[in-house]
Write a protein that binds this ligand. Structure first.
Ligand SMILES: Cc1ncc(COP(=O)(O)O)c(C=O)c1O
Length: 381
């Protein structure tokens, strides 16, 4: 069986998988309203917010699009970007607000107050927008510090927590985040199919004051009308809702802080294995992600290592955007029982040794023996 160390969809527990087979009820039924209400309440605890949370059928991209389409038109928005997903967030915003501004630092570097304060001071934005955990490079940004700075500068804060929520500490209300997005299939350990937009009172009020919301299917004023009845305006991804409820129950019974610690421990092992294999972690020290470990093994070795690991039954991810064909990423997202990090680090070390002489008998041996045993699917870099 292949073990997945890719950044979503992540492996879910057997109970979560089984829960997805729940009965297909109407989304105007009491059964659905109960399901929705429980998911919303539990999501509030994970986002750590008393605010409103909209569950949108779709993925993280759609949640981000809903956020920028409803919050950013006719505002001064500043995007702080240090990777592919930050850039995609900005590109989505430009569809609804062509004047949205961008401030970038090099991929791999973290975003913190020292690096972004001049941009905030100079641009004086209404909204500061950023990704918490840059999945493309394995960098976690200092959202807490930047949100506090942005607040003092009079800006509201919008954060993409798609690959962090549930796996890395995030405290929406405590850190002063006004709007925060995420998705079901990453650190919440639920199946794909739902994106989330969490809004505090100020962010919701801002939307309600907008005379024009330039989207129909993602209009959060419409979502709110139905949310007040514990319903969605349109047909929801019901199997994902069932899976999400079970995944959130499991998360709570394990404890949110315990989940963070579990991710910290797994990522620590992944980073150590990268170093023991002779490489350097891509993320700047102090900004390493607990859900994604990225490294550059040298272009010629990327495919060899990935294939040799796949042959050992371990699927890791390649690079994205400008890092395609150059980077490898180990995702440590998901419940521990569904993910064996020691098997992954052992395979990495074996694959790296084999890749020293890519055409060597050793590499061929691993590829052939593993291929026979696992018949792995080899994903594109
Ligand atoms: C930080 C971040 N934002 C947004 C997205 C887009 O999410 P989705 O693929 O669910 O649309 C991803 C996906 O990996 C992500 O990691």
């Amino acid at each position: 069986m292949v073990q997945w160390f890719v950044p979503g969809p992540v492996p879910v527990t057997q109970k979560t998988q089984a829960a997805c087979a729940g009965e297909m009820v109407s989304h105007r039924s009491t059964a659905f309203r109960e399901l929705y209400a429980e998911c919303t309440l539990r999501l509030q605890r994970v986002f750590q917010t008393k605010g409103i949370i909209f569950s949108i059928t779709g993925s993280g991209t759609l949640a981000n699009e809903a956020a920028v389409a409803n919050l950013l038109p006719d505002t001064k928005a500043l995007f702080l970007v240090n990777g592919e997903f930050g850039d995609r967030f900005y590109q989505a915003a430009k569809v609804y607000n062509p004047d949205a501004q961008i401030f970038t630092v090099d991929d791999g570097l973290g975003l913190n107050v020292a690096r972004v304060k001049d941009a905030i001071d100079e641009k004086k934005p209404d909204w500061v927008c950023m990704v918490h955990n840059e999945t493309a490079t394995g960098v976690t940004n200092d959202v807490r510090g930047i949100a506090a700075y942005a607040k003092k500068a009079g800006a509201k804060v919008l954060v993409d927590a798609v690959s962090s929520l549930g796996g890395i500490e995030l405290d929406m209300d405590g850190w002063g985040i006004d709007a925060c997005t995420s998705a079901s299939q990453k650190s919440l350990c639920a199946p794909p199919g739902l994106g989330f937009v969490a809004l505090n009172e100020a962010a919701m009020a801002h939307i309600e004051e907008q005379p024009r919301i330039p989207t129909y299917g993602l209009n959060l004023k419409t979502y709110k009308k139905f949310h007040l009845k514990n319903e969605t305006p349109y047909t929801p991804a019901l199997p994902t809702f069932y899976g999400l409820r079970e995944a959130l129950r499991e998360l709570e019974s394990e404890g949110l802080a315990n989940r963070w610690l579990e991710h910290t421990a797994a990522a620590q092992k992944a980073r150590e294995a990268v170093i023991e294999s002779g490489f350097t972690n891509f993320a700047e020290a102090g900004f390493e992600s607990e859900t994604i470990t990225a490294f550059l093994p040298g272009d010629a070795r990327v495919d060899v290592i990935k294939k040799a690991m796949a042959a050992l039954g371990i699927q890791i991810a390649g690079g994205q955007g400008k890092w395609k064909g150059k980077m490898l990423r180990i995702a440590t997202i998901g419940p521990g029982e569904a993910r064996n990090i020691d098997a992954c680090t052992t395979a990495l070390k074996k694959a790296c040794t084999a890749s020293d002489t890519a055409q060597s008998a050793s590499a061929q041996h691993i590829l052939q023996a593993g291929a026979a045993a696992n018949k792995p699917e080899v994903l594109a870099a």
